[in-house]
Design a protein around this ligand. Structure first.
Ligand code: PLP
Length: 376
């Protein structure tokens, strides 16, 4: 099997599976005052320390959630609840993941003003376009780090630092799901008040993520109840999933740069190979995250190609896992030509992929191009 759908989710490592099992066995409720509770609390604290260290944050700034969708909802709706009576404007981009984009649309329907900044005519973002969209009525800027459909890296650090200089009270939120543990960055340098993370994109378990909330930033809770996570996110903490998340981070945090270089060499190899075929078009470019690559085989429908590859045990995604075969509005925003929109597939790498696997993919794409060309 060749798995090239790592932007959708990743395979948990053996270490992660062991850590989840350990967390399951340590079954006490971390809120219980007896020894079993304290044992669970120790695991919780140690996981929080690990994840905070990877982000260059303090453990008190990390809140566990059910995943990045919840983190994004908590950050944006929390900011709107806090500032909504005085200010009405959120600045975001037109290429965000639905867990940000749909929340913004929901708030728009409630009377908020949402400004969605688009890439320029070349399909790139000008930092100044985002910065200049902010004004005195703005309370939040939410901008993703790495786009999940084509790997485009947004100029978040530049945008946030300019905004913090001009409008220190505007909150900055970054969906870092496709960047965490892949692109080296630290919370403070990013100038983000709020950062969303997800475990299952980094070989951790599904259903667990985190929201970084910078010290001194106060937004109301999204889920209320028993007062866990300092009353910011109620619900008994899932120690098994949290242990798995922590193990995934621990496994990856020592060599982000080397892994980046390795995956970059895979990306260059993929682009070089694609360049040899007239009918294969690369939507991403060498400035994009090497982990997420968007390509198209001219005239072949993405879904047809996806299943052709699946029959050969090669797993890719059509555009993004969330688009479910619909023409991607995000790729349209990135100015991908109309003729490639229907034919786009996403090849998303992990550290476990190899050049040999890329050779097999390219051979299969060539075969698809020749065999299926009749039905173009
Ligand atoms: N943000 C981005 C950029 C993503 O790629 C994803 C998952 O596809 C999410 C948020 C949602 O993450 P989760 O599955 O943890 O809710």
């Amino acid at each position: 099997m060749i798995y090239f759908d790592n932007a959708a989710t990743t395979a948990p490592s053996s270490e992660v599976c062991r850590a989840v099992a350990k967390g399951l066995k340590c079954f006490g409720n971390p809120s219980s005052l007896h020894r079993l509770g304290l044992d669970a609390e120790k695991l919780l604290n140690s996981a929080r320390e690990n994840i905070a260290a990877a982000l260059g944050a303090n453990p008190q700034e990390i809140y566990f959630t059910s995943g990045a969708t919840e983190s994004n909802n908590t950050a944006i709706i929390g900011a709107a609840k806090k500032f909504g009576k005085r200010k009405k404007k959120i600045v975001t981009t037109s290429v965000e993941h639905p867990s940000v984009a749909e929340v913004c649309t929901h708030l728009e329907n409630e009377g908020f003003k949402i400004v969605r900044v688009s890439p320029n005519a070349e399909g790139k973002f000008n930092a100044s376009d985002i910065i200049n969209a902010v004004d005195d009525n703005t309370f939040l800027v939410t901008c993703m780090y790495v786009n999940n459909e084509n790997g485009f890296i947004l100029p978040v650090e530049k945008v946030f630092s300019a905004i913090k200089k001009r409008y220190p009270h505007v909150l900055t939120h970054c969906d870092c799901v496709q960047a965490f543990m892949k692109i080296p960055f630290k919370a403070k340098k990013l100038n983000a008040d709020l950062i969303s993370l997800s475990a299952h994109k980094i070989h951790g378990p599904k259903g667990i993520g985190a929201l970084y909330v910078k010290k001194g930033v106060n937004i109301p809770a999204f889920i209320v109840g028993g007062g866990q996570e300092k009353a910011f996110r109620s619900g008994t903490e899932s120690i098994p999933l949290i242990c798995g998340f922590s193990a995934a981070v621990e496994e990856l945090c020592g060599n982000i740069d080397q892994r980046f270089e390795y995956v970059k060499s895979l990306q260059s190899y993929l682009f070089e190979k694609c360049g040899k075929y007239e009918n294969i078009h690369v939507n991403s470019d060498a400035d994009c995250s090497p982990y997420v690559n968007s390509i198209a085989v001219n005239g072949l429908k993405s879904e047809v190609l996806l299943h052709f590859l699946e029959e050969r045990e090669i797993f890719v995604s059509s555009g993004s896992a969330c688009s479910k075969g619909k023409k991607s509005s995000v790729l349209q925003e990135f100015k991908v030509s109309e003729k490639y929109l229907d034919s786009t597939i996403r090849i998303s790498f992990s550290k476990d992929n190899t050049k040999n696997e890329i050779d097999i993919l390219i051979k299969a794409l060539d075969e698809a191009d020749k065999k299926l060309c009749k039905i173009r």
